[in-house]
Ligand binder design. Sequence first.
Ligand SMILES: [Zn+2]
Length: 251
Amino acid sequence: MSRVLKSSAVITQKFKGIGKHNGVDLVGEGHTTCPVIAHSAGTVEMAVTGHRNDPNATGDATYGNFVKIKHSNGYATLYAHLDRVFVSKGQTVDAGQEIGFMGSTGRSSGAHLHFEVRKNGTYNSIMDPEPFLNADLPGLSTGDRDYKIVLDWQKCMNRVYNCGLAEDNNYGPDSQAKANQYQLYYRSGNVIKNDMVRWVQQRLKNLGYNITVDRSYGPSTDNIVRQFQASRGLKADGYVGRDTYRELLKD
Ligand SMILES: [Zn+2]
């Protein structure tokens, strides 16, 4: 999957200065829309939703749905015109973590990502983000740019089930065995509620499914899991175990 802010992103409009064009506009490889990832690790300072496309928008509404992330070096990055936002205010994110899906909300004439870098987080500190598209922000180490989906899943498994899974970012025999041991499924009158369900729902949402992320494995999640399984050539039985996790963990 192509994800913007990787080297495959295509620039459609460059930075022209504060008040002219404050950032750089990007689309995915082959001019496609795709998930948008956090440039660097940080804390979500703003996560604005509820906007549609509006050619007459003014002020912050020009950004439509957007995310602003504060980084430990004092810089902030901003991601605008999102169709969907996957994070909420106050949440910490890893570099490379999917934070939303590209769109055309706010004052925008087509789906793209408008990306900004702000040196001390404020409007008057906006700078040309292009040099940072494939480089770290000053004072943030390369390690901060390395979100690993399997590792994220392993950490979540350990948090929820306390199952002693090695956190090695490898979907190997131990991971697969634990995936089966703790598999998720829905049976009438037995709704599972935990953060592992949330992880699965968020992953399906990031993959484009219209799913509510509510930590509840009920009939509607069961239905969407079955759709996902069918689309990947798996038995559509609604059981999230070894093979379904394998497909969910593909980048
Ligand atoms: Zn722009």
